[in-house]
Write a protein that binds this ligand. Structure first.
Ligand code: PRT
Ligand code: ZN
Length: 296
């Protein structure tokens, strides 16, 4: 039977948002609390809950057809697997706008930074040895890479490394360990990936349908339905302020020949500044409503 499997992180920073995205895309699952496999109830799409590090391999081996994982993990694991499969490759179908972080080179606070060349012959601790090696090679630097699976940020104070390459979001962890981020190795966010192998036709069709839905959910999150009253004479000006709105609907207002009601779908973010500009252009009764679903 035609079914798809999606791998997401079981617990951790990406887990809740990954599941929520799929649920908002209309997928429902027969959940089993401690099981790793959730059966898709309303569509033939099942869920596999795993450690994020396992997701790239599940895709490369075709065990799962879709997966949600940080670009940092996807790229690291692809580079790692190239020892066995030189052509290993994963392409993000969609960036998902959560799980943002940066893989950064960090040095002890009191060391001045000039360029990556100063790492030559020194020890760099990281949980991302392949991305680090690639970065150093791209910069023509030969250094010793010390691979650690956790607590990378304490390596310099323990004396096991001179520098680190680690994920940073707020920078609090680095500061607490008297380190400073000096340059970016990779900028990352969660992304939706597919298996590289082509699928049979029904499964490709199902995958395309799911992708359209997920895109729709993403788009709807930004999109707002705006309703307002406006002086008929300033319609052009008001339409131009509405962000990302195409051909608004204009309705007449009973007993008010000079004013009209304007309804518009704004596909770009509507900020307070836009509302203030609308008001200055004579708009009143401005309402901004969320859009739940979109099918373009
Ligand atoms: O158990 P499993 O293997 O599935 O999870 P995990 O522990 O490997 O990963 P998890 O849940 O911590 O992170 C999953 C993904 O979230 C990462 O691969 C990144 O893509 C993304 N992400 C976003 C982050 C961060 N932000 C982040 N801040 N991953 C880790 N961190 C670390 C950072 O390295 C630091 O040690 O969180 C700490 C706090 O960061 P600061 O800069 O805010 O202090
Ligand atoms: Zn992990």
């Amino acid at each position: 039977m035609t079914r798809l499997k999606i791998a997401i992180q079981k617990s951790g920073r990406l887990a809740d948002k990954s599941l929520s995205l799929l649920e908002r895309s209309g997928l429902t699952f027969a959940r089993s609390k401690d099981k790793l496999f959730w059966y898709g109830r309303n569509l033939p799409v099942d869920l596999l809950l795993v450690r994020d590090d396992d997701i790239p391999r599940l895709l490369l081996e075709g065990v799962c057809q879709l997966g949600i994982v940080g670009e940092n993990v996807a790229l690291e694991k692809v580079l790692e697997s190239r020892a066995r499969r030189p052509d290993a490759h994963l392409e993000p179908l969609l960036k998902l706008e959560f799980g943002h972080c940066r893989l950064m080179l960090a040095l002890p606070e009191d060391e001045a930074y000039a360029d990556p060349g100063q790492l030559a012959g020194r020890r760099v601790a990281t949980s991302y040895p392949h991305l680090t090696r690639q970065y150093l090679a791209d910069n023509g630097v030969e250094a010793d890479i010390v691979t650690l699976n956790g607590a990378v940020e304490i390596a310099p104070s323990l004396g096991t490394a001179d520098a680190i390459v680690d994920l940073v979001s707020t920078g609090t962890t680095l500061r607490a360990n008297h380190l400073k981020a000096v340059t970016e190795v990779l900028s990352s966010q969660a992304a939706l990936y597919r298996c590289p192998a082509a699928l049979d036709e029904p499964r490709e069709a199902l995958l395309a349908k799911l992708l359209t839905r997920i895109r729709g959910v993403q788009q709807a999150a930004e999109t707002k339905y705006v309703m307002l009253h406006a002086p008929r004479a300033r319609l052009a000006e008001i339409s131009a302020i509405l962000p990302g709105a195409e051909s608004p609907t204009i309705l007449s207002l009973e007993g008010q020949p000079d004013r009209v009601a304007v309804h518009a779908v704004c596909t770009e973010q509507v900020f307070w500044e836009h509302l203030e500009e609308l008001k200055a252009a004579g708009a009143s009764a401005v309402l901004v409503l969320p859009v739940e679903k979109m099918l373009a």
